[in-house]
Design a protein around this ligand. Sequence first.
Ligand code: HEC
Length: 218
Amino acid sequence: MFENKSGILLIGGLGFFLFSFLSNGLVPILMYRDLPEQTAEEVVNENILYQFEDLSVRYPESFQAAFGEPTLANCAEALRVGRKIYIGEGCWHCHSQFVRPVSNESARWGPVSKTQEYQNELQRPVMFGTRRVGPDLSREGGRRGNDWHAVHFFDPKSVSTGSPMPRYTWFYDGAPDKPTRRGLALITYVQWLGSWLESYPDYEDYVPIETMMENPLD
Ligand code: HEC
């Protein structure tokens, strides 16, 4: 068995499989199993509470029926629900949540993502995404108003000409100003993304134009 080619390939294949299983699976699990992980309640910050309250003012009846008062606990609950919807609706097929340190991505989306941003309940498993049909969403919070999101989820084309993003009319009781619990939760979730940064990135002049023009190979 050891003398012929297929025997060597078999043992090599199994060997490398075992090696990668150990190095990419087992070792990280053992290294990081005791790392503390923040709960949804712990990641509720002032920025997202502001947005959550804003939703309660804009859509009082829907909000009352869905979440009652805009408290911290209800906000954490909305984030959990919103994340589930984000997964269930397959938003991650078209959107990433990771600003990479390459290709001037920070000029488009804000600060490059850091590992500690992913160390909480709402990031397990991480929603890095698979493709980028739409923009990266890891700095989406605060970039648009809640009413913009409400209209956009109801009918993306009405605010973004030619958008290939599907309509999500089942997040509403008929009209874009009547979001359901799901609609409100999803808006809360997208407003949370990046809200943990010290301040919302200023997209107008985040990266000076000279930096963008620099040749990365210089
Ligand atoms: C078929 C691909 C596709 C799917 C599925 C999709 N999107 Fe999009 N999305 C896009 C594209 C393309 C854009 C950019 C055009 C636009 O604004 O509509 C976009 C834009 C957005 C924006 C606005 C970004 C900005 O500030 O300009 C948000 C927020 C968003 N999507 C969230 C979602 C969520 C949440 C879901 C799941 C419920 C979702 N998308 C599903 C493709 C998609």
